[in-house]
Design a binder for this molecule. Structure first.
Ligand SMILES: Nc1ncnc2c1ncn2[C@@H]1O[C@H](COP(=O)(O)OP(=O)(O)OP(=O)(O)O)[C@@H](O)[C@H]1O
Length: 231
């Protein structure tokens, strides 16, 4: 497998394209993201945000172009290699929590360890402590609030120390207060765990927590703004 690391970029796309038959979800898109950066992706519905995120996370394959993530040329990976990339390099958090309903918080996090390496209850409970759920290890998802469920998802996403954390509308189902708590937690983790964070959102307030925002339209980047954090 070829490993291509470019300077301090963790993500580099050149002419990245994803078509679904006649529909061009991503027009040629060029993007470079520095290791450790917090990038927000905004844009109206259908502009290609989730398509881009799914490609970055190895959940989908591009139609054409170059896609380097953490030194891997994702276009050239076999299915097995892509699965390994997903296990080892990325953590993904969605709007819907996708927790297993009959497992406890602890077991849900250990499940991610199981697919990565070896389940370890101590390590998993430490991850849940980090997200403020040290006292909710034995609770099942239905016994937790929406914000707490997303915290379990964050613990699950960071348990294997991914270099890249991706979030697709991760606060989309949360009220203002829970959104604030989740963003505060992400800020803390971004500072301590030093992953690169890429968040898709429609929420201007969520975008305010990041360091850079790209705006998409018709499958490409139309504006790229570096910002001071508003929080
Ligand atoms: N599997 C698919 N098959 C066909 N078309 C698709 C598929 N996935 C996405 N598209 C199309 O690609 C375009 C971009 O979709 P995408 O989901 O990336 O947009 P988005 O910016 O994330 O939108 P939203 O904010 O509504 O989630 C849309 O026109 C969508 O209909």
């Amino acid at each position: 497998m070829t490993s291509v690391k470019t300077e301090s970029s963790i993500i580099k796309t050149v002419g990245l394209t994803r078509s679904y038959g006649e529909i061009c979800a991503l027009a040629p898109l060029d993007l470079q993201v520095t290791e450790g950066e917090w990038l927000t992706i905004m844009g109206h519905s259908g502009s290609g945000k989730s398509t881009l995120l799914n490609l970055l996370g190895g959940l989908d394959r591009p139609t054409a172009g170059t896609l380097l993530v953490d030194g891997e040329n994702l276009l050239s990976l076999s299915e097995d290699q892509l699965a390994r990339f997903r296990r080892e390099s990325v953590g993904i958090i969605f709007q819907q929590h996708h927790l297993i309903p009959y497992l406890t918080s602890l077991e849900n996090v250990m499940m991610a360890q199981y697919f990565h390496s070896i389940p370890d209850a101590v390590e998993a409970s430490l991850a849940l402590e980090k997200v403020g759920l040290g006292k909710r290890l034995a609770n099942r998802p239905r016994e937790l609030s929406g914000g707490e469920q997303q915290r379990v998802c964050i613990a699950r996403a960071i348990i294997n120390n991914p270099k890249l954390l991706l979030g697709d509308e991760l606060t989309g189902n949360l009220d203002h207060k829970s959104t604030h708590l989740v963003m505060e937690l992400l800020k803390e983790l971004h500072e301590t765990e030093r992953f690169t964070l890429v968040l898709v959102t429609h929420n201007q307030e969520v975008a305010g927590w990041g360091q850079r925002t790209i705006f998409m339209d018709d499958g490409t980047v139309v504006k790229d703004v570096r910002q001071g954090r508003s929080n």
